[in-house]
Design a protein around this ligand. Structure first.
Ligand code: C2E
Ligand code: CA
Ligand code: CA
Ligand code: CA
Length: 276
């Protein structure tokens, strides 16, 4: 949503009209995308800093639009949230990612988990945790293979349903990771309300890690995570310098173009076979 905000600002003058039209097209076509089977998932590896092994694969949603080509979630997730279609789209993502993980298990790949991004609107839905558990049962996938990445804006004070869902999922053995940590001012409040299994540092801090202030923020987030005895992941690692800096800070897991862009399932498994 943030990237989108930036873009809207950039194009405010010249192309506002066409952007509004783009949004209208998206809104109209989105309602058919599921039944027309236009969504697919790419998988981006998460790498353990100490062992260099792939310890996770994050599922990232893509929409193959018949006319506009592949559309990034930044452009349609906010609309899907507005129209509540995120509930059915999110369920499709969960089921597809869990099926993929099961298939990889059947092929003999045991050592990594699958991460799925979850929106606030999904977590506010009282049945969410139950649906996740139903999907795991249906696919016969053990809950320990599943990690949910929650964007922290989720924890608006109002929503008991969110905390209930999170606790239910944790009890069921699903891991909860706070995504985009540090970019919302609710970050610390989140830590008070719910004991997550991990936090993920947003790539905006990693991008400019050479700035003292960002390095200090990353240091502080890692310290916080380790004081809470939870793992800290950094996303958006693009260079060796960024990686070295994160290693120096004691980061546990890393992800980004330096290791791999998001991949099709067969490419992802090739990467595991090659050992990166
Ligand atoms: P996110 O969870 O913070 O995901 C990271 C984004 O950064 C992804 O963009 C990924 O492709 C991109 N990225 C990864 N490594 C690098 C790097 O080294 N450099 C740069 N510049 N970018 C990198 P993507 O796939 O377009 O996803 C955007 C956002 O959309 C995600 O941000 C996530 O919040 C949301 N999203 C993606 N899939 C889903 C989904 O299935 N459900 C929901 N609710 N949200 C999703
Ligand atoms: Ca993990
Ligand atoms: Ca994520
Ligand atoms: Ca992020």
């Amino acid at each position: 949503a943030k990237e989108r905000g930036k873009n809207s600002f950039q194009y405010f003058d010249k192309t506002m009209k066409s952007e509004a039209e783009f949004a209208k097209t998206i809104k109209r076509d989105l309602s058919l995308a599921l039944e027309k089977n236009q969504f697919f998932l790419l998988y981006q590896p998460l790498v353990d800093v100490k062992t260099g092994k792939v310890v996770g694969m994050e599922a990232l949603l893509r929409w193959q639009h018949p006319k506009k080509g592949v559309i990034s979630p930044f452009h349609f997730i906010p609309i899907a949230e507005e129209t509540r279609q995120i509930i059915s789209i999110g369920e499709w993502v969960l089921r597809t990612a869990c099926r993929q993980r099961k298939e990889w298990l059947n092929m003999g790949y045991f050592d990594f988990s699958i991460s799925v991004n979850v929106s606030v609107h999904q977590l506010q839905w009282p049945d969410f945790a139950k649906v996740v558990c139903d999907i795991l049962n249906e696919i016969e996938l053990e809950s320990r293979y599943l990690e949910l990445e929650i964007t922290e804006t989720v924890l608006l004070e109002s929503v008991d349903a969110v905390v209930k869902n999170l606790c239910h999922l944790k009890e069921a053995g699903v891991k909860i990771i706070i995504d985009d940590f540090g970019i919302e001012n609710s970050s610390f409040r989140y830590m008070q309300k719910f004991k997550a299994d991990g936090i993920k540092i947003d790539r905006s801090f990693v991008r400019d890690i050479n700035l003292d202030v960002n390095k200090a923020i990353i240091d502080a987030i890692i310290l916080l995570g380790h004081r809470m005895k939870i793992g800290v992941t950094a996303e958006g690692v693009e260079t060796r310098e960024q990686l070295d800096c994160l290693i120096e800070c004691g980061c546990d897991e890393v992800q980004g173009y330096y290791f791999s862009k998001p991949l099709f399932p067969d490419e992802a498994i090739q990467m595991i076979q090659k050992g990166l």
